[in-house]
Ligand binder design. Structure first.
Ligand code: F6R
Length: 264
């Protein structure tokens, strides 16, 4: 696991965006896995900036999002579908036909989940999966207790997640209690995983994810099993780590992740 610690949330978001940008520059038909929530917004702004500066072409990119609330249609203001178009897709040259999110309105959710898995396989698998982390250690909506072999399925949100996400809704009662989410097993099949976390409220979950034992009680710990996982943190999210010096030392020998590759 490569751990990159940046001085600020803004810098961490830029680093994550540059890692995604380099994936797209090196492989213009990349399949990206994307996340919603507050954390990646700064990364999406940087990707939009690079696109507007003529440095990033998304025309051949395919995307799969991690999750969607059950019961919220694509036009609902709080749906993850709407989030992705408002915060990224409408501002870049991605082909909407290549964009995929789980269908929170499917009449047969079990079949829709199996179909989502099939679509990922048909696209050739996910090259780079962006992830956030919940305060309870969840990745996607794989709440504590989720199988580390789980696939795309229906999940009940943990009470802590409902409380955390209430800030996006008028009232906490409006937060859907169910979501369709990629499973931990689905995520681990991505060729590369990129976990981005910022803020002191993520410090405990991050410590568990990086330095704790593998456990379904913090599903981000499953990334310890991934052969190509990168974690990008700001200082606050990194503040509970006990081996910060070791991560900084290792990183001093690595290429600068903020450096954009040349398209040639
Ligand atoms: C979102 C997702 C979630 C979030 C996590 C952190 O698609 O899968 O796991 O990444 O809940 O959310 P924020 O960034 O809002 O703290």
């Amino acid at each position: 696991m490569r751990v990159i610690i940046r001085p600020s949330a803004t810098a961490a978001c830029v680093t994550a965006a540059r890692i995604i940008a380099n994936q797209v520059i090196g492989q213009p038909d990349s399949v990206l896995g994307l996340a919603t929530g507050g954390t990646p917004l700064g990364s999406y702004q940087e990707l939009i900036r690079l696109h507007r500066a003529g440095q990033l072409d998304f025309s051949r990119v395919t995307t799969f999002n991690l999750d969607e609330y059950v019961g919220l249609g694509p036009q609902h203001a709080q749906s993850y579908h709407r989030f992705m178009f408002s915060n990224l897709f409408d501002a870049i040259n991605i082909d909407p036909q290549r964009v995929h999110l789980p269908d929170g309105l499917a009449s047969d959710l079990t079949e829709a989940c199996a179909d989502y898995e099939r679509q990922i396989v048909e696209a050739g698998g996910i090259d780079l999966q962006l992830l956030g982390i919940g305060t309870d250690g969840h990745i996607a909506f794989n709440e504590p207790g989720s199988s580390l072999a789980s696939r795309t399925r229906l999940k009940t949100l943990a009470r802590q997640t409902v409380d955390d996400n209430a800030r996006f809704f008028d009232h906490s009662d409006d937060v859907p209690r169910l979501a369709v989410t990629m499973g931990v097993g689905t995520i681990l099949e991505s060729r590369q995983c990129l976990l981005l976390a910022t803020g002191e409220n993520k410090a405990a979950a991050i410590r568990g994810a990086i330095e704790g034992p593998l456990t379904s009680q913090n599903t981000a710990t499953a990334l310890q099993l991934h052969p190509a996982a990168i974690v990008v943190l700001d200082q606050e999210a990194a503040s509970w780590l006990s081996r910060i010096d070791a991560y900084r030392h290792a990183e001093s020998y690595m290429p600068d992740p903020d450096q954009l590759e040349s398209a040639d």
